[in-house]
Write a protein that binds this ligand. Sequence first.
Ligand SMILES: Cc1cc2nc3c(=O)[nH]c(=O)nc-3n(C[C@H](O)[C@H](O)[C@H](O)COP(=O)(O)OP(=O)(O)OC[C@H]3O[C@@H](n4cnc5c(N)ncnc54)[C@H](O)[C@@H]3O)c2cc1C
Ligand code: FES
Length: 348
Amino acid sequence: MTEIANASHEITVQPSGRTFATQGGETILAAAIRGGVGLPYGCKDGACGSCKCKKLAGEVSHGPHADKALTPQEEADGYVLTCCATPRSAVVLESRQVTDASAFPIKKMPVRVAALEKKSHDVMQVRLQLPAADKFRYHAGQYVEFILRDGARRAYSMATAPHYQDTAPGLELHIRHMPGGKFTDHVFTGMKEKEILRVEGPFGSFFLREDSDKPIILLASGTGFAPIKALIEHMRHKGINRQAVLYWGGRRPGDLYLDAWMREQAAGMPQLRYVPVVSDALPEDGWSGRTGFVHQAVLDDFADLSGHQVYACGAPVVVESARQAYVQQRGLPEEEFFADAFTSEADK
Ligand SMILES: Cc1cc2nc3c(=O)[nH]c(=O)nc-3n(C[C@H](O)[C@H](O)[C@H](O)COP(=O)(O)OP(=O)(O)OC[C@H]3O[C@@H](n4cnc5c(N)ncnc54)[C@H](O)[C@@H]3O)c2cc1C
Ligand code: FES
C-alpha cells in the first residue's frame, strides 16, 4: 500500500494537456504548484472546495476534508480535491482554468516593506520593495505568500497590474486586519517600514481569460478588491474593451476603501460600470446607493448569466454563495466562474 502511495505518478490536466509528476506521497496540488501548473486552489487544507476538479481517469486517496468542500456524492461522481488527494495511479483531471499562459516561474524572495498606509479602519496598503536583480513576473489577479518565521504561510493578492513593474517595480497589497490573526495583528501593530519579509509567488489561477470576448462580471467583497483592481488596471493598459461591471461590497461605505479611485476608473473606461453595494449602512453614513449582499445585487440585475464570465474574490461565504447561485439559478457555465476565496485559519 505505502509503496503504491509513495510512487511517482504522472498527472495530466485536460484540455490543456499539461503534465506533472507527484513524488513521495505528495498531494496532486503540491506537485502542481511545484511544477508551476496553475490548478485552482484556496485553503490547501480541504476546507474551501476551490481545488475541486473532475477526475477523468485514475485512482486517488483522499485525506481528511470538510464534507462541504467535497460531498460524498461528488466523490462518488468522480470529483477530487487536489489539495488532499494523493494519486494511486496515473491520473487525468479536467480543469479549464489551467492554461499554458499560467506558468510564470515561482520564486522565493526577500522583500522590504517600503510604505504602509491605512486606507480604512481595518485595511492597510502595504508596498513592498523587491530585490533589484531580477524582474518579478505575474498575471494581474495572482497572489504571493508570506513565509512566516514558523513556516506558516499567508496569501495576499497583488493589487497592481504587472506592467507597473517596468516603471515602478514593487508589490502593492491590501491587507485587512483580522483581530487575533497571526500575521495581520503584526501588520497593524508592529510592522514598520524597512522590515524584511520572505515571499513566494506568483500563485493562483485567478486572472483574466483574454481568449474570451464574453462580458465580464467582477465581484469583490472587502479586500477582494485588490486583485480586481489589478485586473482593471490590466484591462485599461491593454485596451481590452469587453463589457465589464464591478460589484464591490462592504458592510459600511468606508469599507469600500478605494471608492473614489474606482469611480475615476469607471469614468475613464466607457466599457466598465461600477456598482458599490453596502450591507449594514447606518443612518450617519448617509448612504443612498445599493444595499444588501453584494452577490445578491448581481442576481437582482441579471436574469441570465449563460453568456458571461464571472471573476469573484474575497470572503469565502460570498464567493461560494455566488458560485452556487450563478451556476444553479442563472445558467453560468461552471468553468466560466473564476475565484479566489480568501480562506483564513477561521474557515479551516
Ligand atoms: C488565495 C488567497 C488570497 C488572499 N488575498 C488576500 C488579500 O489580498 N487581502 C487580504 O486581506 N487577505 C487575503 N487573503 C487572506 C489571508 O491570506 C489571511 O488568511 C488573512 O489575512 C488572515 O491572516 P492572519 O494570519 O492575520 O489570521 P489567521 O491566523 O489566519 O486567523 C484568522 C482569524 O481566525 C481566528 N483563528 C485563528 N485560528 C483559529 C482557529 N483554530 N479557530 C477559529 N478561529 C481561529 C483568528 O483570531 C483571526 O480572527 C487571501 C487568502 C487566500 C487563500
Ligand atoms: S479544499 Fe482544496 S484548496 Fe481548499
